[in-house]
Design a binder for this molecule. Structure first.
Ligand code: GCB
Length: 754
């Protein structure tokens, strides 16, 4: 039988070392999982260490697991890695998110030293190279030694488990096929197959010299999403002379699903709306080196919000997490990090990462779609090499998995008529109308337009979201980074998206704030703050409860604005989210009324005098907060952009005139505004086309992009341009503001409600 030993503890770590035979510098003792970017990958500046590092560990022969063959299994080393035994290179692996194994048998001596060189430096052929998250370097998942007999379930095939279970529903019965992969099967060897139910009862059993076993589970107990995530277990053993010499197992679920362009997701013949969130695999202080309890906490929070689906972005996640999804009944979108920028030399890597993703995760009941790419057409959707790459991946997935569908996340400005959009079976778009550009009301109608034009193509929302930190206001505005604007944005988006049942899946970007070291937004650099929950998982933002109110059956009332205590106005708006039909609000013990809301959002006007204790009640459920009357806005509630050249509140605004705080679309509504913009536009165009890097020179400012940009204030636009290396100094910005202050707003803009 196989012997498996976890070898996470006691490694030596050498930072910034490329030569395994001449290690130099300080040696740090570390336990795995480990990332060398746990701190510098989350503190902003886009300056985290990216380079080669080496992990070493010595093993005495006696400590190795018994077996005629010994493999080392690495479940995730970002991004490229090379494994050496006593200085001899045995394998190079490209791709930081999958499992890979190396046969070390021939190198075993009385004592051996294993060295793993891991490298997260930039290159032009391993994905991801450009994306809005930190590429944490390290061996950040578990490492095992596996001892097996010479005849064993295959360990060399794309990190796969050696057992593939395919349950296909036929009426109430499940036709189950188990296929196994065996290295060096000998004459006379047989395979024993056993299927057991959740209680451990044997459902089917057979022993044959065959690598495939087919059986029927009559009246199969369905895997039915969150309602009943029932799993069966399959076990395969190699039998020689009456005894099992190796064994593997997998859990699987019996279910059918369909994606209908009108009705959305259908699970086991019933409509099952996929409404959920995306997740990145990192957290505050530890980067991507997560422990089981971190995965568990994440899944618990996702269950609490009531999500039925998760998009596991933007790469393969830990096996343990997919297991949790199977067990909890969450429906999963799994994907490879083919993201942002198509690399002409990256085709092979997309193929190997896709093969690993499917081979390693095939048995998971929770997975229903494989994602080909994310926002890959940022430089345009016409590149023939990009299109061919997608066709290859799409065909590969269909060949490797006949039971699931392909999908893709398109970038907002990608035109819906692009042939590229039609490649996968079902498609989704990342839209940020109401955050980056445009306004919230544009979301639903955009999807209606797509749906009307392509009624046979299932369309979904792969990303939408909005940043929120601990900033507060009673007048939420797009781009203000307050918890209140995020709550407003999601109220609007929920109402638009959850009432369009044709949307086959919707995924909030993101369940958790995450590390993106290049980001400098919202006053806290190094993070993307679109999470419904903070990066340390300690605080659920108000928007979290807006989703809970729509999606969860667990009765609750939530008072919004608990961190927004000091308020200036005499009458203030108090919002309650609840999945109960009626909520009553008490101020200092006195009821100010009951409200009903089929939309689950309850709004009260509350007189703000002195200090008030607010209690929201529905039956036995209650929640409390405090508000306090103040004369001036509490400065702690107001964003001060760290590192910003200019803050919006430092910009001079003149009645009836433009300023840097106006939206681009409003400026373009005026003739003089247009002229003024032409000048800036020139600077942007020049900077983009004069740029030496390819991705920038291929950059075209399209109509769609202009529409998106219209929603930004000029100030915001200039700061976002920083990411493209187009920078304005404070003096230049103030000069621009002066110019804008000279331009009169046309009547229609002056009268527009801001
Ligand atoms: C996107 C990307 C995602 C980013 C997100 C954002 O469209 O797919 O990786 O984090 O936008 O927040 O800008």
């Amino acid at each position: 039988m196989r012997n498996i030993v976890k070898i996470n503890d006691g490694w030596n770590f050498y930072k910034n070392n490329a030569d395994v035979s001449a290690l130099s510098g300080e040696c740090e003792a570390v336990n795995l999982p480990h990332s060398w970017n746990a701190v510098d990958g989350q503190d902003g500046g886009n300056d985290y260490f990216r380079g080669p590092c080496v992990y070493t560990k010595k093993f005495a022969k006696a400590d190795l697991p018994e077996g005629e063959k010994v493999y080392i299994e690495i479940r995730g080393a970002n991004s490229s890695a090379e494994l050496f035994v006593d200085g001899k290179s045995l394998k190079v692996h490209h791709g930081g998110y999958s499992t890979w194994r190396v046969d070390i048998t021939d190198e075993i001596k009385e004592e051996i030293e294993i060295a793993i060189k891991v490298d997260n430096s930039a290159n032009d052929f391993v994905y991801p190279q450009m994306a809005d998250f930190t590429f944490y370097g390290g061996i950040y998942r578990d490492v095992y030694l596996i001892g097996v007999p010479a005849t064993h379930f295959d360990l060399d095939y794309y990190g796969a488990p050696g057992i593939k279970v395919t349950p296909v529903m036929d009426g109430a019965n499940a036709n189950v096929e188990i296929e196994v992969y065996i290295t060096d099967m000998a004459n006379g060897d047989a395979v024993k197959y056993t299927i057991t139910d959740k209680e451990g009862n044997i459902v089917a059993e057979s022993t044959a010299a065959d690598k495939k076993f087919n059986t029927v589970i009559e009246n199969a107990h369905l895997w039915n999403g969150r309602k009943d995530p029932y799993l069966y277990s399959a076990k395969a053993e190699i039998i020689r002379d009456g005894a099992a010499i190796d064994s593997v197992g997998a859990t699987f679920g019996c279910r059918s699903f369909k994606i209908d362009p009108e009705l959305g997701f259908i699970l086991n013949g019933e409509e099952y709306p996929l409404r959920g969130v995306s997740r990145h695999q990192d957290r505050w202080g530890i980067g991507n080196a997560l422990l089981p309890e971190h995965h568990e906490e994440d899944i618990d929070l996702i269950m609490e919000v009531g999500a039925t689906t998760i998009r596991l972005a933007h790469y393969q996640h830990d096996q343990y997490f997919y297991d949790l999804c199977d067990k909890k009944g969450l429906v999963i979108w799994a994907e490879i990090p083919y993201i942002s920028r198509h690399l002409p030399k990256g085709r092979e890597n997309t193929i190997s990462q896709m093969k690993e993703l499917i081979a390693q995760n095939y048995n998971h009941a929770s997975i229903v779609v494989w994602g080909l790419s994310n926002e890959i057409t940022m430089g345009g959707a016409g590149d023939p090499d990009l299109l061919e790459n997608h066709h290859i991946l799409n065909d590969l997935v269909h060949e490797w998995d006949k039971t699931r569908l392909t999908t893709m996340a398109c970038v907002s400005m990608c035109g819906m008529d692009e042939p590229y959009v039609q490649i996968p079976d079902v498609v989704s778009y990342n839209h940020y109308f109401g955050w980056y550009g445009g306004d919230t009301s544009m979301n639903g109608p955009w999807f209606d337009k797509f749906h009307a034009k392509y009624p046979n193509k299932p369309i979904g929302v792969s990303e939408y979201g909005c940043e929120a930190l601990n900033w507060h206001t009673s007048n939420p505005k797009q781009g203000d980074y307050t918890e209140e604007y995020q709550a407003y944005y999601h109220e609007e988006l929920i109402k638009q998206l959850f009432t369009r049942k044709y949307l086959w899946a919707t995924h909030v970007w993101n369940m958790f704030d995450f590390g993106a070291d290049a980001r400098a937004e919202g006053g806290e650099n190094g993070q993307n703050h679109k999470g419904l929950v903070t990066m340390d998982r300690k605080y659920k933002k108000d928007a979290f409860y807006a989703y809970k109110a729509w999606l969860s059956d667990e009765p609750f009332v939530h008072l919004c604005g608990k961190r927004y205590i000091d308020r200036v106005e005499d009458v203030t708006k108090v919002t309650v989210y609840s999945n109960q039909p009626e909520v009553e609000l008490f101020v200092n013990g006195e009821s100010i009324g009951k409200k009903q809301s089929p939309e689950h959002f309850f709004y009260f006007d509350v007189e703000n005098k002195g200090e008030s204790k607010i209690v929201a009640k529905s039956g036995d459920l209650k929640d409390e907060s405090v508000i306090r009357k103040v004369d001036e806005m509490n400065p702690d509630y107001v964003l001060k952009e760290k590192g910003a050249v200019l803050n919006w509140f430092d910009v001079e605004e003149k009645e009836g005139r433009y300023s840097l705080n106006d939206k681009m679309s409003d400026i373009l509504a005026s003739f003089w505004g247009k002229l003024w913009f032409a000048k800036i536009g020139l600077k942007i165009k020049k900077a983009l086309s004069g740029s030496k890097t390819k991705e920038k020179s291929g950059f075209e400012v399209s109509e769609d992009m202009m529409q998106m940009m219209g929603g930004f204030t000029v100030l915001r636009l200039t700061s976002l341009m920083g990411a493209l290396d187009i920078k304005w100094s404070k003096e230049e910005l103030l000069a621009m503001n002066k110019e804008l202050n000279r331009i009169r707003k046309p009547k229609k803009i002056r009268e527009k409600k801001q």
